[in-house]
Design a protein around this ligand. Structure first.
Ligand SMILES: [Zn+2]
Length: 254
């Protein structure tokens, strides 16, 4: 995630749609269950935390079902604290990679493949990201694959760039694609007509999986805690944002 962007019409500094609002609306509908039956699940993140926030439960369940989970992080995450007096962008990138390694270890999946592309610039990395996804898929020509990517209409340019590449590669190769939203839960409103709710699938987290996800999120120290009292060092993942991403269910578009 990244703090300094505007998402749709709702600035990130505002509260957005509350989890209470989402919970009461989501509970009024029947959501089809997500079913993933493949050999490998390739999980694409724009920033080092997207995959944990949006898909930790799905990754835990996949691994428990014997599906090899292959997490991939495209950007270096260096853009989360522009103007920080505490950490340079390079130091921040190093910290964020370490945090992601801890988080994936907590989830019991392999380390994320780290590509270090520019945070905030993934919309200029279309060809590089497409090649990366294709190269990863090429590693297992005999196996069934699915791609789980951050949503291509999530309202953040980096997220959308990753989602678009994922869709193109999945279509070219005829492999299954699911996309998880992150910022949609901030800027969208329940039932909003431009959201393809009919394509949404739901995954229920076990109590253990949810507890594990919450522990994994605590690894993202630079995102959930202030780096210093300076305004530029404010945390990105405020409690009301985490509320929306630590529910008993995760949702994907398919
Ligand atoms: Zn992100």
């Amino acid at each position: 995630m990244r703090s300094s962007e505007r998402f749709s019409a709702v600035p990130i500094d505002e509260r957005g749609t509350t989890e209470e609002q989402w919970r009461s609306w989501l509970s009024t509908r029947e959501w089809p269950q997500l079913e993933v039956k493949v050999d490998r699940l390739i999980v694409l993140a724009a920033h080092p935390d997207d995959e944990v926030l949006g898909a930790a439960g799905m990754m835990i369940a996949a691994a428990a079902a014997g599906i090899e989970v292959v997490p991939v992080c495209f950007s270096d995450g260096a853009g989360s604290h522009p103007g920080s007096p505490t950490l340079s962008p390079e130091e921040l990138a190093t910290r964020r990679q370490e945090e992601l390694d801890v988080a994936t270890k907590v989830l019991g999946i392999s380390r994320s493949r780290w590509f270090g592309l520019p945070d905030g610039g993934l919309d200029r990395e279309h060809d590089a990201m497409t090649s990366i996804i294709n190269d990863i898929c090429d590693e297992w020509p005999e196996e069934t694959l699915a791609v789980l990517a951050v949503w291509e209409h999530d309202g953040h340019p980096d997220h959308e760039a990753v989602g678009r590449c994922a869709r193109e590669v999945a279509a070219d190769r005829g492999i299954e694609l699911w996309q998880y939203p992150i910022w949609m839960w901030h800027w969208a409103t329940p039932g909003e007509s431009k959201i393809p709710w009919e394509d949404m699938r739901r995954h229920q987290l076990s109590n253990t999986a949810l507890a594990t996800k919450r522990i994994a999120i605590t690894a993202f120290d630079t995102q959930i805690n202030p780096l210093s009292p300076d305004a530029a060092d404010r945390p990105v993942l405020l409690p009301h944002i985490l509320d929306r991403l630590t529910r008993t269910h995760e949702y994907v578009f398919g």
